[in-house]
Design a protein around this ligand. Structure first.
Ligand SMILES: [Zn+2]
Length: 259
């Protein structure tokens, strides 16, 4: 089996482990980039905890990104376009052999994330503690600052925050706008995207990074919920955040975490 796909199956079953409470039922999806410009993405209707190789579709990155260029696509046109981005799972060439397996409706935002520098794996989940905040009045405020050094080491200086938008192409376009604004501000790509009333996206060079980021954002959310119960969060200053983010010993710790 394709090595990337094996790693992706591992990542998916671990993110889907019920003990974590990151997803239930068919929630969440994952993807992994191949060196040939194709990527694996979860197929619609599969569940992360039990997923195997048949639960993933191989698609063309270029063709998936091209869907974003078309201004007005109806739901049925998008469905057809998503079938048309599939490639042969063995050769990576377009077109795909006839099959009913369709890539996740969130394939386009996976394509966007995988097109960023140094991103090979993406994990999208709906953890209850993250969504407790992402579904609250405090969403923007709660994630406007950083709370502790390990959060910065693993998740970077800030998350990308995305307001609630109809899932699919409009959401993918807004994510693209917000990622570009983030890169302009921080001069690096994001590691975390938080979608209001929806969930978390972790972007990693390795699958370990995606797992680490997901676990750390869940911890951050729990700390935030506790901090609000104890009078409100006390965020680190931007000078402190910068300092942690650029310290050589923190870079060393990142290396040890598989970065
Ligand atoms: Zn989702």
């Amino acid at each position: 089996m394709n090595e990337r796909l094996e790693e992706l199956i591992d990542l998916s079953t671990r993110l889907g482990d019920p003990a974590h409470d990151y997803v239930i039922l068919g929630e969440g999806n994952t993807s992994a980039l191949n060196p040939d410009g194709t990527f694996w993405v979860k197929a619609s209707g599969y569940q992360l905890p039990t997923i195997g190789s048949t639960g993933f579709v191989r698609v063309s990155l270029e063709r998936a990104l091209a869907i974003l260029k078309d201004e007005e696509l109806s739901d049925s046109e998008i469905k057809a376009r998503l079938l048309d981005v599939r490639v042969d799972p063995d050769t990576g060439r377009w077109p795909a052999p006839n099959s009913e397996t369709r890539p996740s409706t969130e394939t386009v935002f996976h394509a966007l994330c995988l097109s960023l520098d140094d991103v090979n794996f993406v994990g999208h989940t709906h953890p209850a503690s993250v969504n407790a905040l992402a579904c609250s009045e405090l969403f923007e405020e709660a994630f406007s600052g950083r709370l502790f050094p390990d959060e910065i080491v693993v998740c970077g200086p800030a998350p990308v925050l995305v307001p609630y938008i109809d899932p699919g192409i409009p959401l993918a376009r807004e994510i693209r706008r917000r990622i570009n604004a983030y890169i302009e501000t921080y001069a690096e790509r994001p590691r975390v995207i938080l979608m209001q009333n929806h969930g978390l996206v972790a972007l990693g060079r390795t699958f370990e990074q995606v797992e680490n980021i997901t676990a750390m954002m869940v911890k951050t959310s729990r700390v935030l919920l506790g901090a609000y119960a104890a009078g409100g969060p006390r965020f680190l200053s931007s000078t402190n955040v910068d300092r942690i983010h650029t310290r050589p010993d923190e870079a060393y710790r990142r290396n040890l975490l598989g970065e």
